[in-house]
Design a protein around this ligand. Sequence first.
Ligand code: FES
Length: 590
Amino acid sequence: MSSKTVLSLDSEAVFSLKDGINFKKSPDDGKCYIIYKENGELKACKNQCKHQGGLFIKDIEDLDGRTVRCTKHYWKLNVSTMQYVNPPDSFTQDELDEGGLQLVEVIVWDPWLADPQDPQELQEGEVTVTYLTHACMELQLGGKKMIFDPWLTGPAFARGWWLLHEPPADSMERLCMADLIYISHMHSDHLSYPTLKSLSATRPDVPIYVGDTSRPEPLSKGSLMPFSCYLRQIDEHLRFMILKDEVHPELDTCIIVEYKGHMILNTVDCTRPNYGRLPHNVDLMMSDFAGGASGFPMTFSGGKYTESWKADFIKNERKKLMNYKAQLVKSLQPKIYCPFAGYFVEAHPSDRYIKETNTKNKAEELNALIKKSAPGITTWTPKPGAVLDLALALMSPSRKAITDPPSGTNIYKDSWDFDLYVDELNRAITAEIFKHKSWIQFYYIWAGFKNYNLVVRVIETDEDFIPIDNGYNYLVDFMDLSFPTQRPTREHPYEEIKNRIGVMRHVVKNGLLWDDLYIGFQNRLSREPDVYHHRFWNHFQTELPVAGPDWDLFLQQVSSYQRSAEPQGIQTESVSASTLSLKKADCTVS
Ligand code: FES
């Protein structure tokens, strides 16, 4: 860590700051800051939203003059406390130290500079990068083969995401030949259990490297790596370091791979990788680009969520994301840039509405934008099986460095094994635990979220989000973790969440994060008022206990539960289901 002065104000300028919110620009680099003045005391922060880096402007609805509004997703920050007020209980903005005259930013050290290696000349074929599918790249680095984020088969996020690109036919063999694998984070389009299950049948010994995030499980099956330092043990030429994301440090990571002094930067899905400090002029950079990786707003209804509002929102968001990525690439000036990690499709027929409305950025469009603003950067729109030869790419732009798959190769998938995986999820429907309605109490007590003023109605539905006659339909009051039959009379925010029964029960039974439901488009939501409850969603999406509910204990105790603590207002159920169940334990890779 180090610090630098980012803005200096002389005493006259400090004196002339008005009480309340002031926006200031640094004359040196044009960056913007917010200074809040009250009774001669100053508080300051960067004009950069903690959510996804948006710019703040004055909040005209704020009569107290303490709040600014982000232009990106309209979150609101109270600069007198540096707390976000909408969404409530979410982030705290990083305050800059101020000495009255100078704003000082603590900056993260650039760890890749600690022990620099001079780039050595590469031979043709020495370093090749092969795109397999989605976020999965194979790197041949001298004698070692490294693979990023292998999702090669099956769906992700329960059954909501399916591979858009057809991986090369020998992808699984390639994976089994890997010397090391990097998994950036636990989202299932990166940590794919069906893929790892196949891998473990052949190569249970392959080293899997993951960052030492605060939620390592189930990633802790791999080798946990400390952040921001090179692992030197690979071989004399190859090393890599894993870096944290600023917005989701508990979850997201990215990686720098260095071979003979040549750097490959993969920022994967990080919103603000390594707190915004990244190496410039790397040889190859890859990052996500597509957007659409959230249930918001397509799974929402009521209030403002009309089809036209959603369409406008999606259009604007994608445009902002595209501009942000283009700007980032331009500022970092990699020699080659490749957009990836966005090649998924909501292919299941029951998700047609999402597929048709949740439009994503196109890699070609982003690359065209980059070409326009930074013509010196070579861009690569990857096709499955395409190979980049780094030595050729660095030698001369006129050398053909990228070899596309032979013409006639299937680029896009045209069929998916839906039934295998959907049946597998639906097997949870008939699990013994759901015969006893006190599973609800047991589950939410295990989940451990309470003392928060929110009432949620959870409804089990069929494929079309129609409530199932005999499905569960219950209220949870998270203020005191009770299960009332009717909404309480006190003032309270309320959400209604309709979940496809198979996925909901699979999630409950296995103690999984609710990403499968929310990011996987497996629920439909409405809320009053229309407020994002960050604490609630953050808990169910990232903070559930690592060990799942002890359902064996539950079944042992169930008769006493039913005698003494049956929740009220819960309908009984008798729903049939088909076969198979995906279990974490089935897929362990040692
Ligand atoms: S970037 Fe500010 S609200 Fe999303």
